[in-house]
Design a protein around this ligand. Sequence first.
Ligand code: CA
Length: 230
Amino acid sequence: MAAKILIVEDEEKIARFLELELQHEGYGVDKAIDGRTGLEKAKSGHYDLMLLDVMLPGLNGLEVLRRLRSDSELPVILLTARDSVMDKVSGLDMGANDYITKPFSIEELLARIRAVFRMEAKAAGQKPPEALSCGALTLDPARHTVRYGTEPVNLTFKEFLLLQTLMESAGIVLSRDVLMEKVWGYDYMGETNVVDVYIRYLRQKIDDAFGVKLIHTVRGVGYVLKDKEQ
Ligand code: CA
């Protein structure tokens, strides 16, 4: 299941931008535009993480955080508009997991979100999953990195998930339906050729980029990731 993120942000443009970027990375997203609604939603237990703007109308972000922490451990990343040391210190004191100062790059925010999820998994005693490999290709689920030899391969969240699914079953043919279900979920409503589209992206970034052939099409069945020896 994709992690669900709640965005509490009154600036519509920023909220919309975050929503699109996070959805693109495969997260489930919901939004609230004021502190009171945000607090109510955050307490519902439906989310895995909250991005909380500090400067909000009505109930400000720090107050939302203070009230939330009386009965919830929901991970929170604060979005601080001004470079205010005070906001950061009190935010962390009040139990924010991390903060990021506006304006920020989406890549930095995504990295911080992954770091918070990693720490949560660690705190819950979950062992980090082991790195997967196929030929010179390696994928580290815990660090969310992919390399071919020593070269980093930059993938989007869905590309990563698709590659991870293929690597976990390296040498085994997976049907489009299985890949669709594992990567996009049962309730996916978009294009039905999405698997083929993403396989094409992976081929460009791996097979084409490194002059190898790891991703194979099995006509009428699906796809398989394998090295020469497999
Ligand atoms: Ca604001």
